[in-house]
Design a binder for this molecule. Structure first.
Ligand code: CCH
Length: 306
């Protein structure tokens, strides 16, 4: 049997350069709400969120989204923007693997947007073909409810508390009708990492709305924003805030809801739990030796016969 291959983690000085390059590219005045940060976080999450604990397949090793099989999955629509941002860094620091770059970029972006410090470990390798890419359909569908969320996240090995903590990432960014069909942002300041998403889930009266494309989501117009805007000379229509059906499931489900309440009240606990669970997400499916190097085992070399 062939010896397992190991791939060392980049040194901390190498990483400092990459981290600085990520910080430098976050400010994107012409993109969305002015930051590449949210879409970078989604890229890392979708690269890791394909993990299946039972078969030990999927996960952030491999950077499979470079291939049509995964990159062209409708669930990953829009993430080509994140990959294009990071391509500029990959060109400069060719020694880093895509799989490491996509995951470390999210950790740097979260910190830079005011979020917690998240432990990140490198050493991921990039697939050289699309053989080991798992089948599509492993990422969650925002139109569904609590059973679906559990089905998806239990498969990865997360519990209810971890599911709610991870969902707090919806403090960041927005939905785009040309990507997922949903439209709008969850919070007023979507480039600042905070626990506002949980607060809004609890205090607002979310109403179901059917968009022109037939997609159903929940909406609320922030009254405070309307008042602020009325004072302004060139008052723009305040943007409606939104929630996905899966977000609303977190307050309807009796086991999820207490965690929403805890995180709404205690930002520090949310930050602590988020940091732990995001670090766990990025390590799914990754096996390390005693030195922390990733071991690419024989069973991970097996391809899919699709
Ligand atoms: Fe999410 N997310 N997500 N999400 N997500 C979307 C956008 C972001 C679901 C659906 C959607 C997590 C969990 C879930 C981010 C981070 C995380 C969108 C809009 C949908 C739909 C995409 C578009 O139109 O551009 C569902 C369903 C679940 C779970 O059930 C988790 C976990 C994370 C990270 C820890 C971030 C960030 C965004 C904003 C992306 C952007 O481009 O602004």
């Amino acid at each position: 049997m062939a010896q397992p291959q190991t791939n060392p983690t980049p040194s901390s000085s190498q990483l400092d350069h990459v981290a600085q390059a990520v910080r430098d590219l976050l400010h994107q005045p012409d993109y969305d709400d002015g930051s590449a940060g949210p879409v970078l976080v989604r890229l890392a999450w979708h690269s890791a969120g394909t993990y299946d604990a039972a078969s030990k397949t999927g996960g952030s090793n491999g950077a499979g989204m470079r291939y049509e099989k995964e990159g062209g999955d409708p669930a990953n629509a829009g993430l080509q923007h994140a990959r294009a941002f990071l391509e500029l860094i990959k060109k400069k620091f060719s020694w880093i693997t895509y799989a490491d770059l996509w995951t470390v970029a999210a950790v740097v972006a979260i910190k830079e947007m005011g979020g917690p410090e998240i432990r990140w470990r490198g050493g991921r390798t990039d697939f050289t073909d699309d053989n080991k890419i798992p089948p599509r359909g492993r990422l969650p569908d925002g139109a569904q409810g609590a059973d679906h969320i559990r089905h998806i996240f239990y498969r990865m090995g997360f519990n209810d508390q971890e599911i709610v903590a991870l969902s707090g990432a919806h403090n960041l960014g927005r939905c785009h009708s040309d990507r997922s069909g949903f439209e709008g942002k969850w919070v007023n300041n979507p480039t600042r990492f905070s626990n506002t998403y949980f607060k809004l889930l609890l205090v607002n009266d979310w109403k179901k709305k059917t968009l022109e494309n037939g997609v159903e989501q929940y909406v609320y117009v922030d009254e405070d924003m309307i008042e602020e805007d009325e004072d302004a000379e060139d008052a723009e229509e305040p943007e409606e805030l939104m929630m996905l059906p899966t977000d609303i499931a977190l307050i309807q489900d009796p086991s999820f809801r207490p965690w929403v309440e805890l995180y709404a009240e205690h930002k520090d606990i949310f930050f602590d739990h988020f940091a732990k669970v995001f670090a766990k997400l990025l390590e799914l499916g990754i096996k390390r030796d005693r030195n922390g190097n990733i071991v690419n085992e024989e069973n991970q070399q097996d391809g899919y016969k699709s």
